[in-house]
Design a protein. Structure first.
Length: 439
């Protein structure tokens, strides 16, 4: 198929809700390591990785060799049969969860399914129904996951399911209480108790939260936040589900899971994306007593698939063998410094935030009012594409650039990114000053 035939087939045969970042869809043909090529042969530096999914580089040879060997041996059985790759992956995961306390896994195909499983397990274990999530959160595209999601844009289909309430998130740049950290005494976290007492029955099944909110624009809470809110949730009987679909597997630097930076051990962790480096896999791992509470029979036709389980274990092994958690911390600090240099030069950048190789830039009309600048953000995306750079977009207001390169990048990659990104940023700034219509 030609590029135009691909675009036309997408328009004719896919649901129209399948959207694209750009005015003209980017047709991707192939990828390797930190690069992607389009159908016209143009090479792009990929600093988004298929929405925080390419953790060890596109088409990683070490991982793919193990996947190919497994495909020649056993490709599918479903969960009603035991197989070595699923068992080996479960054992590997149990050995690296926080404190080694989460040791029982259920494998699925995506982060959405992982979160569905986690909430079901919490409800079965506690006997309660109500779930607390956060504003600005994103937990998936199923009816239940959309109900947990704290953004109207991603809640399709009308009224959400009953049993979900949304607490204040720690969005310090846009504090919902108009306060300033740290003099605020983290009031957003302490509000959790009043929210539970006024908006729920007072008996919770779970609190689900992303350590760093992904689609929400990499909103990163202060160090006290999770200790305070989980303490309150536990008081009302709820379990803590850490949604690590985007923050897991060393992405935040120095730790396997993002929540470890906050010194809190969750009852359940969910993950997907970077765990498989592009292979569809979802994980729900829990404390044994929580997992044991999910009584009765259940299956997942493709969960624990031998091929995807092999891929996931190979990715985890590669991250450890190549010390990529350390690299994510070191290169993340270098990337952050380059972004902050640009922030000092360009008033369009209101905030820089994130951890490790999960960094965000929030664009504003002016720094005093902090008015979101979604049109400038869309223009920056287009201009980055022209400069052969792939980045992501997010945030409730559509004004946050998300930057998530593979965990095995080096300084030269970041310097290349900075050159392309600043050239794009400078052009947006010039055109705005000249009154040229953008976006």
């Amino acid at each position: 198929m030609t590029k135009q035939e691909i675009i036309l087939a997408n328009q004719r045969y896919l649901f129209p809700c399948v959207f694209h970042f750009f005015k003209e869809p980017l047709v991707v043909d192939r990828a390797k390591d930190q690069f992607v090529w389009d159908a016209d042969g143009n090479q792009y530096l990929d600093f988004f990785g298929g929405i925080v999914t390419i953790s060890v580089g596109h088409c990683n040879e070490t991982v793919n060799k193990k996947v190919a060997a497994q495909m020649e041996k056993l490709q599918h059985v479903s969960t009603v049969f035991a197989n070595e790759p699923q068992a080996a992956l479960a054992e590997r995961v149990a050995g690296i969860t926080p404190g080694g306390k989460l040791t029982k896994s259920f494998f699925t195909n995506s982060g959405t399914e992982a979160n569905e499983t986690a909430i079901l397990a919490a409800r079965c274990y506690t006997g309660a129904h109500e779930v607390v999530a956060l504003r600005h959160s994103y937990h998936g595209r199923s009816a239940l996951a959309m109900s947990a999601t704290g953004q109207g844009t991603w809640r399709l289909g009308g009224a959400p399911e009953a049993g979900f309430v949304h607490a204040l998130n720690a969005y310090c740049y846009r504090c919902p209480l108009g306060a300033t950290y740290p003099s605020c005494n983290v009031r957003c976290a302490r509000d959790m108790e009043e929210m539970i007492r006024t908006s729920t029955s007072g008996r919770l099944a779970a609190f689900i939260a992303e350590p760093i909110q992904g689609v929400g624009g990499f909103v990163t809470p202060p160090k006290e936040y999770f200790e305070i809110v989980t303490g309150i949730v536990k008081k009302y009987g709820g379990l803590f589900i850490s949604d690590e679909v985007q923050t897991g597997w060393g992405r935040t630097g120095g730790k396997w899971f993002g929540i470890e930076h906050w010194g809190v051990t969750p009852d359940i962790i969910t993950s997907a994306k970077g765990m498989g480096n592009g292979t569809p896999v979802g994980l729900t791992v829990a404390r044994p007593e929580v997992a044991d509470g999910l009584k009765g029979a259940s299956i997942s036709t493709f969960g624990g698939n031998p091929v995807t389980a092999t891929a996931a274990k190979a990715v985890i092994d590669y991250i450890e063998d190549h010390k990529l958690m350390i690299n994510a911390a070191e290169m993340g600090a270098y990337l952050r410094a380059r972004l902050e240099e640009m922030q000092a030069k360009y008033p369009l950048i209101g905030d820089v935030r994130g951890m490790g190789l999960m960094q965000a830039v929030e664009l504003v009309e002016d720094r005093e009012s902090r008015t979101p600048a979604p049109e400038a953000t869309a223009a920056l995306m287009e201009m980055a594409r022209e400069n052969r750079l792939l980045i992501g977009k997010g945030g409730l207001y559509g004004n946050v650039i998300r930057i998530t390169p593979p965990l095995n990048i080096g300084k030269s990659d970041i310097d290349d990114f900075a050159r392309r990104f600043e050239a794009s940023l400078a052009r947006v700034t010039r055109e705005r000053m000249a009154g040229v219509k953008i976006g």
